[in-house]
Design a protein around this ligand. Structure first.
Ligand SMILES: [Zn+2]
Length: 135
């Protein structure tokens, strides 16, 4: 059986009602390392898996692939229901979103540097080794 070459869970985003309260819970109570915080998003690192909090979002599981377009085509052939097409995001990743039969949201994403073409294995790697260095 042809695989869509999903390598691992790259990150998980959960919905929260109060971002500040949630950040304080995950940072101060659970002791997770915070990688960044913005007015509408905060991101933590749990042993290489990024864990994001977003107000009013639904749970999203992001799966790492090397080539989003190839995985998209391969899953689409198997009639997987996509809700967004492959797209380059302003924060540097390329992704596409699909839902399973129960409406759970999954994102396939890749961390390929647009400047040198290197495929990174994590967003921190893309951010630190490429996006910030190429500027
Ligand atoms: Zn690069």
């Amino acid at each position: 059986m042809k695989s869509s070459r999903i390598k691992r869970i790259a990150h998980i985003t959960i919905g929260v009602s109060d971002l500040k309260k949630a950040v304080s819970f995950f940072e101060d109570v659970l002791g997770l390392g915070k990688m960044g915080e913005w007015p509408n998003y905060a991101i933590f690192d749990i042993a290489g898996v990024s864990f994001g909090l977003e107000p009013r979002a639904k749970l999203e599981i992001c799966l790492l692939v090397d080539d989003v377009d190839e995985a998209y085509r391969s899953l689409k052939e198997k009639e997987v229901k996509f809700v967004t097409e492959p797209k380059d995001q302003p924060w540097g990743v390329r992704d596409a979103t699909f839902v399973d039969a129960d409406g759970n949201k999954f994102v396939i994403e890749s961390f390929q540097c647009k400047v040198c073409g290197k495929i990174c294995q994590s967003y921190p790697e893309l951010l630190k080794e490429h996006l910030r260095k190429h500027k």
